[in-house]
Design a protein around this ligand. Structure first.
Ligand code: ISE
Length: 331
């Protein structure tokens, strides 16, 4: 492996472009060598900007690169992660590992067969200073009883499809709450209300998700994909001896012109910029040491199992979440 990792980035949409630019300008120990996108002219523009080369196919990109970032549409993640595993390439795969449990399972099975962890999952909130402070602060407030989460998008990034609200967006909460609590879910309910004014006919938005955990905590998530006023993510832990409130965690308050306030970002790239950069640096550093960083393929599978249980719970009361035994590779 080169001193400076030669990275291949699959997918040059919003997040792939952000990762490629961050790797080029903000992260040490790596450079973007190869790019691939189904839209070749979009990839060519970014390649010219960053001095990278265009790979003719995903397969070419994988074998030519020291390590790979998967930032393609969700439905392609599993197939491309399998290619990376077959070529033994360290990989940072954007969330979700896959939209379906079946596909996510094939990746975990392939990694277990390989006997070596190569996939890091892009649950970047684990690198967000706000969430990190919440996690490290929990012991001081006792046993967590309830976690309240708010996840609002200005407008649904994929139009609006209710299942994607859970498998693409709330998947962050399915991951971050089990990480915060160091616990596993046992059941999920999804409560629907009046659609918002910008909710397309036949879709459900906002949703309230309520999870129970093995340790007895309750996790509540409001997901509102067309909140319109801006992008906002909040989290509060209610514990036996106190509470911890991350608030939005990303702004300073401005007092001016007889007003107190702050700007609200339009997109998650604004809110989680720092987390994305820290995630990439941690992944590059770990790759140099032959390790993974942050969430694993196993964490990706558990989040996808939880999100799909939530999809099944819509209109059906509480649904059990059955997490299989964790393979020794992920101990
Ligand atoms: C997007 O992919 C993200 O990762 C954002 O954090 C989330 O808020 C958004 O809904 C997703 O589509």
């Amino acid at each position: 492996m080169s001193q400076v990792l030669q990275i291949g980035v699959i997918g040059t949409g919003n997040i792939g472009t952000a990762h490629a630019r961050s790797l080029s300008h903000e992260v040490s120990g790596a450079e973007v060598a190869w790019l691939f996108d189904a839209d070749a002219s979009r990839a060519a523009d970014l390649a010219a900007e960053l001095g990278a080369q265009l790979a003719p196919t995903v397969e070419d990109l994988v074998v030519s690169s020291d390590a790979v970032v998967i930032a393609s549409p969700d439905a392609m993640h599993a197939e491309q992660a399998l290619l990376c595993l077959a070529a033994h390439r360290p990989t940072l795969c954007e969330k979700p590992l896959a939209p379906t449990v079946e596909e996510a399972t094939t990746v975990v099975d392939a990694e277990v067969d390989l006997g070596r962890r190569l996939i890091s999952l892009g649950f970047m909130r684990r690198f967000d200073p706000g969430y990190m402070a919440l996690k490290s602060g929990i012991p001081a407030v006792g046993r967590p009883l309830v976690v309240h989460n708010v996840h609002r998008n200005t407008a649904a990034p994929y139009g609006l499809e209710t299942a994607l609200t859970l498998t693409n967006s709330a998947i962050h909460e399915f991951d971050i709450n089990r990480w915060l609590l160091d616990d596993e879910y046992t059941s999920v309910q999804v409560i629907t209300g009046e659609p918002g004014p910008r909710t397309p006919d036949g879709e459900l938005d906002p949703l309230l998700v309520v999870l129970t955990t093995r340790g007895g905590a309750l996790v509540e998530i409001e997901v509102f994909m067309n909140a319109w006023y801006g992008y906002e993510v909040r989290c509060e832990v209610v514990a036996s001896d106190g509470t911890l409130d991350m608030g939005d965690g990303s702004y300073i308050t401005r007092r001016a012109s007889r007003q107190i306030g702050h700007d609200v970002p339009e997109l998650w790239l604004g809110r989680f910029e720092d987390a994305y950069r820290r995630q990439l640096q941690a992944w590059v550093d770990a790759t140099h040491l032959g390790k993974t960083s942050g969430a694993t393929a196993w964490d990706g599978l558990v989040a996808t199992i939880s999100a799909n249980a939530a999809v099944a719970a819509i209109g059906n009361g509480a649904v059990r979440i059955d997490i299989p035994d964790r393979p020794a590779l992920y101990a």
